[in-house]
Design a protein around this ligand. Structure first.
Ligand SMILES: O=C(O)CCC(=O)C(=O)O
Length: 255
């Protein structure tokens, strides 16, 4: 996320995880998963713009559940999920927790100095493996999937009123793609151009289990979430209401 991520006007909401069920921590690390098996939605990749690919239904319900359980653990700490405060005093309506590196407007750091000073939980190997499989699914065998090495994840939780203003992801020094996984309520994902946060843009509906990868000429495209559709989550994922989005990135940073 970068300047202009903005609060998007949505007021912060109290409460925990918008009605998730169950509990549990991060799963143990393990190797690369096979590609998720097909669900009821055909996993046909759709190229929205050069390098920007939407794969509906990429995650099975079981894997969505696994992700939700892990995110619930990370939301508790070591850096708790919170509303990010912007430099101008605005407060983002989504709640965020990071893995690997901590993101705060508008930089990455090893410790969450704007929260509690702790180091974020590490990015587990199994999730980096999902990232490689995601790039392969979206960009094909020559698309750099096997070399993809994400070292951070930003996890955003949207309750009914939350949204995210148009912004670019530009704190990363790597040109590697951003991998986005969604669970819970459907939303409008607005995918724009690389010059302005206005038109032209395309509104794509992201549903539970969808994958969206943007890289190459679309890596710096403005994007945002102007609307979440309450009550559209699918059963079995562990989220009864609200929307979870996890983006994997390579920061290109060391230290
Ligand atoms: O929630 C989404 O689908 C987008 C998240 C996003 O734009 C970000 O984390 O920078």
């Amino acid at each position: 996320m970068s300047a202009a991520a903005g609060p998007g006007g949505g007021a912060p909401r109290p409460g925990g995880w918008g009605g998730t069920d169950g509990s549990g921590g991060a799963p143990d690390g393990e190797g690369l998963f096979p590609l998720p098996v097909s669900g009821p939605v055909p996993r046909v990749p759709v190229e929205i713009a050069p390098g920007a690919v939407h794969v509906p239904g990429w995650l099975t319900v079981e894997r969505q559940r696994r992700l939700v359980d892990a995110c619930r653990g990370w939301a508790r700490g070591p850096v708790p999920m919170r509303h990010t405060v912007l430099p101008g005093g605005g407060v983002m309506s989504v709640r965020t927790v990071c893995l690997g590196w901590h993101w705060q407007p508008y930089r990455y750091s090893r410790t969450a100095d704007d929260v509690n000073g702790a180091r974020p939980a590490p990015l587990p190997g199994w999730l980096a493996g999902w990232g490689r499989a995601a790039v392969l699914a979206a960009h094909g065998p020559d698309g750099g999937g096997s070399a993809y090495a994400p070292d951070t994840a930003l996890i955003n939780f949207y309750d009914d009123g939350a949204r995210m203003g148009m912004h670019q992801d530009r704190e990363e020094r790597s040109a590697a793609p951003v991998v986005s996984l969604s669970v819970g309520d459907r939303c409008v994902f607005r995918f724009g151009n690389t010059r302005t946060r206005g038109r032209p843009y395309l509104d794509v509906e992201l549903a539970s289990g969808d994958l969206f990868v943007f890289g190459g000429p679309s890596r710096a495209a403005y994007h945002g979430v102007p609307k979440v559709y309450p009550g559209t989550a699918v059963p079995g994922t562990g989220i009864r209401s609200g929307r979870l989005n996890l983006t994997l990135r390579e920061t290109g940073l060391s230290g």
